[in-house]
Design a protein. Structure first.
Lengths: 163, 190
């Protein structure tokens, strides 16, 4: 007499998965469009400082990176602050060559527009940063960006445009 | 008579798409690059000191213990923005503050009083990068607020709400970001 009969031996219909590839492709395209390729594998640890007056770096193709911080592999490289250019450790003396090589790779029209983004660990001492800045000045690379995370507050991109 | 072609088995399509998806997830990053942009001065050939009147300069020093000194007085970082704003605002006929110069601002087509003040920033080799960025940030905040104030006075809207390019250029000209960094010197050691 029960209204709910216990069905036995009857298979439940399988979920239709024919649109699964479409969904996954959509996700795939989303990630392909919104993300950028990793430039290098980091050899130094960087905990970037926080700032409120940050601006976005508009064109990633016109940015070159200089990484500064303690090596990730402490056993092999110790704990002293090191500079990483491209995929390897470097010293302050290599920076001028790095800038020159970087210029060579770019089309002539873009060469003066390159921003050098300094990704420096927040516990670094300023001595090494000052040295890097001096080398960049000598190499004629004047546009720099102190990479830092955006702390709460409004977007200051517009304010800093005039620099 | 056309033969009916057998259908392609699309069952593994999802697996292929998943593989590609995972590949892109691993090899790419999504982080947006943000930071404080500054322009370095060109290298100086000879050490000719440019004479600037003492009253026009606000000296900001950061030592190797991350202590902050402004014009000979130790102050806390939370006070720096206020101090910088106060220094760079217009104080007519007050010898304690920088000189005032009435400038014709071309984009706005009017004359505005502007200050001759400069903020001179000097840090030690032992200063931590965190502190340096904090100081730069506070100084930038001071200039941002001054631009906001001037924009409020002239046009009644905040600086970042301006749409007219001439007005933006005019404010930029009336409140230029004047932070000068001293040539590095070795003082306190590493």
């Amino acid at each position: 007499m029960s209204k709910f009969k216990i069905k036995k031996g009857k298979e439940s219909p399988g979920i239709n998965t024919s649109s699964l590839p479409d969904i996954i492709f959509m996700l795939l395209f989303f990630f392909m469009v919104t993300t950028t390729m990793r430039e290098v594998s980091y050899k130094v640890r960087m905990k970037l400082p926080d700032a409120t007056q940050v601006q976005k770096l508009e064109k990633k193709s016109l940015v070159s990176y200089i990484y500064v911080g303690p090596p990730i592999n402490k056993r092999l490289y110790g704990t002293n602050t090191r500079i990483q250019l491209n995929d390897q450790f470097a010293t302050v003396d290599d920076i001028q060559e790095f800038v020159a090589n970087d210029r060579q790779k770019r089309p002539e029209a873009d060469r003066q527009k390159v921003t050098f983004s300094l990704k420096v660990d927040s516990d670094t001492r300023m001595g090494i940063v000052t040295d890097i800045k001096q080398e960049l000045r000598k190499a004629g690379a004047f546009k720099i960006n102190y990479s830092s995370h955006k702390a709460r507050g409004k977007d200051y991109t517009r304010y800093m445009k005039s620099i | 008579m056309a033969r009916k072609s057998p259908e392609i088995n699309a069952g593994s399509m999802a697996d292929i798409a998943f593989l590609l998806l995972i590949f892109f997830l691993v090899t790419t990053t999504m982080d947006v690059d943000t930071g404080i942009t500054r322009k370095l001065p060109p290298p100086v050939e000879d050490n000719t000191d440019i004479k600037v009147k003492d009253r026009n300069v606000m000296k900001v020093l950061v030592n190797s213990h991350d202590r902050l000194m402004v014009d000979g007085k130790f102050i806390d970082i939370s006070m720096l923005k206020k101090a910088a704003k106060d220094f760079m605002s217009i104080h007519p006929n007050n010898p304690d503050y920088p000189e005032i110069e009435t400038k014709f601002i071309k984009p706005l087509n009017r004359e505005l009083p502007t200050t001759k003040g400069v903020i001179s920033l000097k840090n030690d080799r032992g200063t931590s990068y965190k502190m340096y960025i904090a100081v730069q940030n506070e100084l930038a905040a001071a200039f941002s607020e001054m631009r906001d104030d001037l924009s409020m006075n002239l046009f009644g809207v905040k600086y970042d709400q301006l749409v007219n390019e001439d007005r933006i250029d005019g404010i930029n000209e009336a409140v230029p970001i004047r932070i000068s960094e001293a040539e590095p010197e070795n003082i306190g050691g590493e």
